[in-house]
Design a protein around this ligand. Structure first.
Ligand SMILES: O=P(O)(O)OC[C@@]1(O)O[C@H](CO)[C@@H](O)[C@@H]1O
Length: 366
C-alpha cells in the first residue's frame, strides 16, 4: 500500500532529484568553502593572515572568480552564511558569480556542537530550532542544497550508542526539513580520524554509523533520491603506526558503503578530513577503480584538500591572485580528469591500463 501521508509531492521529488544529480554530474564534485569564522581563523593563522571579514572575503573572491571552466569539475559550492551575502570588489554578489558559472549553491546549516552529558566528551549538533524558516529564506536567496555535519569520534567507549542514535536522528530531522523547503540535504556523519585506531576499526564504526543514519532517514520519510551523502573515507587514525595503500582504503571504504548505503542515493561526496591533497586524490581515484559494485556517483566535497595549496599560494596578498587561482584549478581539474576516466572505463583492477594511466598522470602533476 502506498504511503497515506506522502511527505513530498511528485513535483518536489523531481526538483530535489534533479538538483542532486546536477551537483554530481559528469565527474563533478563540491567545493566545501563553508568554514565557519572560527575554522577559517585556524586556516588563516597557518599562513599568518588575520581572520577579518575582509580577508575571508578576499580569499573567497579569488576562488569564485576563477576561470569559468571550473564548472567542469565543480558542480556545487557550500557557503557559510556570511559568504552568501558578500560581494566581489566590483560589487557583484558571490552567489550571482557562482550561479552564472552554472554552479549550484549550498549552505552550511548546522550550528555547532553541544555536549552529550554522561558520555566521553561526545556531542550532538545544534541548529534544528528555526531551521525551516532559515531554509525557506535561503531558497529564496538562490540556495539549492544544505549541509549538516555530525561528528563521531573513535575512542574508549566512543562512539556510544547514544551519540550514534542522537546524531543520526538530528541528521534525519534536518534532511526532512531541507526537503520540505526545496533544498537537497547533504548528510554528513563524519567519523573523525583522530586517534591511533586501525583502518579495520574505522570500517566497523563507519558501518554502524551509516546503518543508523539510513534507518533514521527512512523513519523520517526522507526521499533518498533527493539527498547526497558526505562521509569520511575509511582510513586509520592519524596516530596509527600501520600504513595502508590507497587500494586498501578503497576496498574498506566501498565495502562499508556497499553494506549500508541504498542504491537510491545518487551521489557520495567524500570529505577530506585532514588528508593531504595528494592522499585525498589518490584515495578517491582508487575508490572509483575499486572492483566492487558501486551504484552511486563517488566524488568529493573537499574543504582543505581543494584549498590548502591555494591558501598557501595566496598568503594574504592580492598580487598572488593568479598563482592562487592556478593552484585551486589544478586540484579541481585533476580530480575531474580521473573521475571521468575511471567512470568511462567501468570498474577496473589496479593492474589495468586505465588505472596505470591515471596514476601516472596524477604523479606527474604533484
Ligand atoms: O574535511 P574537509 O574536506 O577539510 O572539510 C569538510 C567539512 O565538512 O569540514 C569542514 C569543517 O566543518 C567544513 O568546512 C567542510 O565542509
Amino acid at each position: 500500500m502506498a504511503h497515506q501521508f506522502p511527505a513530498l509531492t511528485p513535483e518536489q521529488r523531481k526538483e530535489l532529484s534533479e538538483i542532486a544529480q546536477r551537483i554530481v554530474a559528469n565527474g563533478k564534485g563540491i567545493l566545501a568553502a563553508d568554514e565557519s569564522v572560527g575554522t577559517m581563523g585556524n586556516r588563516l593563522q597557518r599562513i599568518k593572515v588575520e581572520n577579518t571579514e575582509e580577508n575571508r572575503r578576499q580569499f573567497r573572491e579569488i576562488l569564485f572568480t576563477v576561470d569559468n571552466s571550473i564548472n567542469q569539475s565543480i558542480g556545487g559550492v557550500i557557503l557559510f552564511h556570511e559568504t552568501l551575502y558578500q560581494k566581489d570588489s566590483q560589487g557583484k554578489l558571490f552567489r550571482d558569480i557562482l550561479k552564472e558559472k552554472g554552479i549550484v549553491l549550498g549552505i552550511k546549516l548546522d550550528q555547532g556542537g553541544a555536549p552529550l552529558a554522561g558520555t566521553n566528551k561526545e556531542t550532538t549538533i545544534q541548529g534544528l530550532d528555526g531551521l525551516s524558516e532559515r531554509c525557506a529564506q535561503y531558497k529564496k536567496d538562490g540556495v539549492d542544497f544544505g549541509k549538516w555535519r555530525a561528528v563521531l569520534r573513535i575512542d574508549k567507549q566512543c562512539p556510544s550508542h547514544l551519540a550514534i542514535q542522537e546524531n543520526a536522528n538530528a541528521l534525519a530531522r534536518y534532511a526532512s526539513i531541507c526537503q520540505q523547503n526545496g533544498l537537497v540535504p547533504i548528510v554528513e556523519p563524519e567519523v573523525i580520524p583522530d586517534g591511533d585506531h586501525d583502518m579495520e576499526h574505522c570500517q566497523y564504526v563507519t558501518e554502524k554509523v551509516l546503518a543508523a543514519v539510513y534507518k533514521a532517514l527512512n523513519d523520517h520519510h526522507v526521499y533518498l533520491e533527493g539527498t547526497l551523502l558526505k562521509p569520511n573515507m575509511v582510513t586509520a587514525g592519524h596516530a596509527c603506526t600501520k600504513k595502508y595503500t590507497p587500494e586498501q582504503v578503497a576496498m574498506a571504504t566501498v565495502t562499508a558503503l556497499y553494506r549500508t548505503v541504498p542504491a537510491a542515493v545518487p551521489g557520495i561526496c567524500f570529505l577530506s578530513g585532514g588528508m593531504s591533497e595528494e592522499d585525498a586524490t589518490l584515495n578517491l581515484n582508487a575508490i572509483n577503480l575499486c572492483p566492487l559494485p558501486k551504484p552511486w556517483k563517488l566524488s568529493f566535497s573537499y574543504g582543505r584538500a581543494l584549498q590548502a595549496s591555494a591558501l598557501a599560494a595566496w598568503g594574504g596578498k592580492a598580487a598572488n591572485k593568479k598563482a592562487t587561482q592556478e593552484a585551486f584549478m589544478k586540484r579541481a581539474l585533476v580530480r575531474n580528469y580521473y573521475l571521468l576516466s575511471t567512470r568511462s572505463s567501468g570498474s577496473l583492477g589496479s593492474g589495468s591500463h586505465c588505472f596505470l594511466q591515471a596514476m601516472k598522470y596524477l604523479q606527474s602533476v604533484f
